[in-house]
Ligand binder design. Structure first.
Ligand code: VGL
Ligand code: ZN
Length: 201
């Protein structure tokens, strides 16, 4: 059992990011048994849930554009996604096989229509906090182990923000799967390593 300074952060293991979902990540469902086992080793366990209103600005459908095209937002360039993880939908639910009972906290993100939120810590403007840092800090957490979906988007952004906030961060790649568009997985691995994030299997 890890000490209470160590937290497991499970990123967005939701139906829409698994095969058959609206923004399916190849093999996304394969990581579920490993995550269910990992809970036993951590005293502090947090799940995140991507949770968008139907009029969300990251949805291509709301711009009349094709999914996976780019848009310019006030906070910078943004990939336009297929509608996914709409609040209250089946796609936004956690994958049925994922044990959610051990979670101390479930934090939702991406609920503001005008701004996307990949990271568990900040929205994509890099400034609006989700509150997770305050939660972890007030519980005395210093070390984070990140798992979930997708390695090159929400896991990467969470890992980079966590490192910037001063946490020691490990990403268990074996318990993650990637979207991998245009080399985004390799870019994410390089950026995480450069930020001092430890990549383990
Ligand atoms: C994610 C794209 C859009 C993720 C969420 O969980 O990696 N990616 N929303
Ligand atoms: Zn999303």
């Amino acid at each position: 059992m890890r000490p209470a300074t160590d937290a497991l952060i499970v990123i967005d293991v939701q139906n829409d990011f698994c095969p058959g979902g609206a923004l399916a990540v190849e093999g996304g469902d394969e990581i579920v048994p490993r995550i269910n086992d990992l809970y036993d080793h951590f005293r502090v366990k947090v799940l995140t849930q991507d949770w968008h209103p139907a009029n969300h600005a990251s949805f291509a459908s709301n711009h009349g554009d094709a999914p996976f095209s780019m848009a310019e937002m006030p906070y910078g360039p943004q990939i336009l996604w297929p509608d996914h993880c709409v609040q209250g939908s089946k796609g936004a639910e956690f994958v049925p096989g994922l044990n959610t009972d051990p979670a101390d906290l479930i934090i939702r993100k991406g609920f503001r229509a005008a701004i996307d939120s990949y990271s568990a810590f900040f929205e994509n403007d890099q400034a609006t906090p989700t509150g997770l840092d305050g939660y972890l800090r007030t519980r005395g957490v210093e070390n984070l182990t990140l798992v979930g979906l997708a390695t090159d988007f929400c896991v990467q952004y969470s890992a980079l923000d966590a490192a910037r906030l001063g946490y020691k961060v490990t990403v268990l790649e074996g318990a993650c799967r990637a979207i991998d568009m245009d080399g985004s997985l390799e870019d994410a691995r390089n950026a995480m390593r450069a930020a001092g994030v430890v990549l383990e299997q």
